[in-house]
Design a protein around this ligand. Structure first.
Ligand code: HEC
Length: 154
């Protein structure tokens, strides 16, 4: 029994070592100035700062990967959040969305922030400064709702 336990531990350590060979791709897609949200929606400096610390890692092509993204399976999990996040909302290619999609995404930004679903709790748990205050939520909502109304097709 003891021997089987030891063998299992050896296999586990070996497997953990082996998966370290499968590192994630950390290259960020190229950002074109003309495709970013800034080229179609005015983003005030205070909102830009909030988005930068709380959203950009998953919702732009400007992701900063932390040291623990080199440790698997953590890196895989992190990478899937980035891919999933970009697929749903990518501020770096926001200008390529049509008018209807833009205003819908802007409305969703406020909804997600108000409901506390964004930023993801697993993110704010580590990035403490990304946990938004009521004032920061209000700032995002004020901006996003006005911008949504402004970009609604007439
Ligand atoms: C750690 C990564 C991460 C961070 C940080 C993050 N998001 Fe997300 N976001 C996701 C993922 C993954 C999804 C898609 C799955 C889901 O809805 O839970 C998503 C979905 C969304 C959606 C929904 C879009 C849709 O099509 O339904 C919006 C809007 C959004 N995020 C806004 C934000 C805003 C605003 C912030 C910052 C305040 C933020 N997110 C921070 C990962 C993240």
């Amino acid at each position: 029994m003891k021997r089987a336990f030891k063998a299992a531990a050896v296999v586990l350590v070996f497997a953990l070592g082996l998966i370290q060979l499968f590192q994630i791709d950390k290259t960020n897609p190229e950002i074109k100035e003309s495709e970013t949200i800034d080229s179609v929606v005015a983003v005030p400096p205070d909102v830009k700062i909030i988005l930068g610390k709380a959203c950009n890692d998953c919702h732009t092509n400007n992701t900063r990967y932390p040291w623990y993204s080199y440790i698997q399976p953590n890196g895989w999990w992190l990478r899937s959040h980035v891919e999933d996040g970009r697929r749903h909302l990518n501020l770096s290619i926001f200008a390529t969305y049509d008018a209807k999609k833009r205003s819908k995404k802007l409305e969703e930004i406020c909804d997600e922030v108000r409901s506390g679903e964004m930023p993801l709790p697993s993110y704010t748990w580590i990035h403490r400064d990304a946990a938004l205050s009521t004032g920061e939520r209000d700032a995002i909502c004020d901006w996003a709702n006005k911008a949504a109304a402004a970009s609604t097709p007439q």
